[in-house]
Design a binder for this molecule. Sequence first.
Ligand SMILES: CNc1ncnc2c1ncn2[C@@H]1O[C@H](COP(=O)(O)O)[C@@H](O)[C@H]1O
Length: 299
Amino acid sequence: MPAGKVDYDLTTFFPLFSSYIYRLCSDVVSIQYATKSVLCDFEADNVVYLELRSTPRAVPTALPPITKTDYVDAILATIKAHNGGPGPLHTTLILSIDRRSTLEDALDTVDIAIARRAQGVVGIDLCGDPSKGTVSDLRPAFTKAHTAGLGVCVHFGEIPSADASELEEMLSWQPHRIGHAIYMPGEIKDEVRRRALGVELCLSCNVHAKMLPKGGGLEEHHFGEWCKDGRGAVVALCTDDVGVFCSPLSQEYYLAAKHFKLEQGDIQRLCEDMVGIVFAEEAEKDRLRDLYLQWFHQI
Ligand SMILES: CNc1ncnc2c1ncn2[C@@H]1O[C@H](COP(=O)(O)O)[C@@H](O)[C@H]1O
């Protein structure tokens, strides 16, 4: 995306996927090309742990036709090849369910996730246009994912809402992490703290897509509120869509440090605390803790 074109709002952002990106990534070669390019970009940015998300999509018009499982396998094969390479980046995959999905489609995605755990699927996510869909229809899919031991995360509180019923519904799925978390009434915030949930925050995305109250800028971002909250919730600084918002993870850290006056110790704590909420085995968490120790000792 050209750097001057990142001024979306939520009405222009979501059609980008359905109108353009999905049409471009419509065969195995292009899915693998896009995946590899994303992995190389994260690696070049010195990222060492990545949970990539994608919405499994059948492409019946492809030659040969692609099933949802083919789509997932194409990404997993690319991840496997990259994980086997010399670099320190370790990647796993979260399968997203679009809010407009039918329950049948959502359950199918959960079944694929369960069947591909050994190949690197670690979780299930709820994504998509927050003004669309009735999330309660999808509850059995998320309950099934949770029961199967998959990580569960949900895009949460992206737009203002007249009441908290949708947020309460999603919290009843017992998610491990919530994403964006912009519009939350006080009692929902307290529950997020009480459960010590992971809160995935995306600075550039929320500012460029004008998602903050009154189209607020970085200074108004709720990262400031959560990062030093210290009442249980664990913040993870994330990128949302690097290609769309033109901001790699290193830039998000830079922006956080600059606008919220983080000292080196704050950044170290941010990284180390985040290890507690990633969907990874203990050995991987130990690797990350060791890497952070090495890095922060060098500085
Ligand atoms: C404001 N941020 C966001 N909020 C909600 N959903 C988002 C999103 N950013 C992206 N997506 C959702 O993630 C999918 C990306 O394409 P794939 O999964 O590879 O297919 C899209 O479905 C998009 O709706």
